[in-house]
Design a protein around this ligand. Structure first.
Ligand SMILES: Nc1nc2c(ncn2[C@@H]2O[C@H](COP(=O)(O)OP(=O)(O)OP(=O)(O)O)[C@@H](O)[C@H]2O)c(=O)[nH]1
Ligand SMILES: [Mg+2]
Length: 298
């Protein structure tokens, strides 16, 4: 656990040794199944994940949870602790829980999360659950990393499903309407159902997004949720879809690594006192200098 925690810290710091570590672990890596949870603040994502972890542990699965907070520059666990309602698993060696801050992170959340997932796989954790608050671009980043994306909604949606943020319907593989114990639950679920039946939103045309009702605090609907996740996994694995996704993901990740390396080199090239910093001051616009940096990179 300590080695893993340290390795993930190296990933977060973009420590150059990470590359060696990843290379050394290459043969041990069993890519874990990644389930992403996203949704507005307070919809009950952490409570749901906690219930799911308990369910997986009852079946002897080793499970890791990465909770990200796109608004927080902090990471490491303690500071985000109150966002993660999973303290009861804190002493279980088969449960690894970690929070990661995303702001100010070169390459964004997804690059660090992907590397962390690979490390978790090498240490035998499967599945890995990602929890992120659906603000900004974070839910799109989670969907890019997760094999199955669960979007969590609640009855207190104001004007009903009209309030659902644009773009979030498309990334969902599974909808959860949590807080089924509260008033208005049926209405949100049925509005969502009719909206999806009029205009199916799934990017994968062959997959019909299920809507699962849960009450995380009462531990209700958790079995159904896991069954839906399993059935999405089987769907993806059928017909080689998972393989194609994995290849696409590696391409995306490579493009991000290129962008990040280039960004680092650009910052070095633009260091104060250098010729390019001087020219940039004269130009007053970025393009000429940017092209010069790309030429030097080439
Ligand atoms: N009534 C009811 N309350 C719930 C349910 N699930 C979660 N809550 C409550 O909703 C509040 C927020 O729960 P969290 O699990 O922290 O929600 P979250 O989505 O992880 O919140 P952020 O990480 O801050 O975005 C807590 O007070 C929970 O006890 C539920 O099924 N029913
Ligand atoms: Mg939470």
């Amino acid at each position: 656990m300590r080695a893993l925690a340290r390795a993930i810290t190296m990933v977060e710091r973009r420590d150059a040794e990470v590359r060696e570590l990843q290379q050394a672990l290459r043969d041990r890596v069993q890519t874990p199944y990644v389930v992403g949870f996203t949704g507005a603040p307070g919809t009950g994502k952490s409570t749901l994940v906690d219930a799911l972890v308990a369910r997986l542990r009852a079946r002897e699965r080793s499970v890791a949870v990465i909770a990200t907070d796109p608004n927080s520059p902090f990471s490491g666990g303690a500071i985000l602790g109150d966002r993660i309602r999973m303290q009861r698993h804190a002493l279980d060696p088969k449960v690894f829980i970690r929070s990661m801050g995303a702001r100010g992170h070169l390459g964004g959340l997804s690059l660090a999360a992907r590397e962390a997932i690979r490390l978790l796989g090498a240490f035998g954790f499967d599945p890995v659950i990602l929890e992120t608050v659906g603000v900004g671009q974070s839910e799109l980043e989670v969907a890019a990393v997760a094999d199955t994306t669960v979007v969590v909604l609640t009855p207190n949606l104001g004007d009903g499903v009209q309030m659902i943020k644009a773009g979030i319907l498309e990334i969902a593989d599974i909808f959860v309407v949590n807080k089924a114990d509260l008033e208005g639950h049926q209405r949100v679920a049925s509005e969502l159902r009719s909206m999806l039946s009029l205009a199916p939103k799934s990017q994968d045309k062959a997959w019909k997004q299920p809507i699962i009702a849960t009450s995380a605090t009462r531990q209700e609907g958790i079995e159904e949720l896991w069954a839906a996740i399993e059935s999405h996994r089987k769907h993806r694995e059928a017909g080689g879809r998972a393989q194609a996704h994995a290849e696409q993901r590696l391409k995306d990740e490579t493009a991000e690594v290129v962008a990040e390396l280039a960004r680092q080199r650009a910052r070095e090239a633009l260091a104060d006192g250098g010729a390019l910093a001087e020219r940039l001051r004269e130009d007053g616009t970025p393009y000429g200098v940017a092209e010069e940096i790309l030429r030097q990179l080439g």
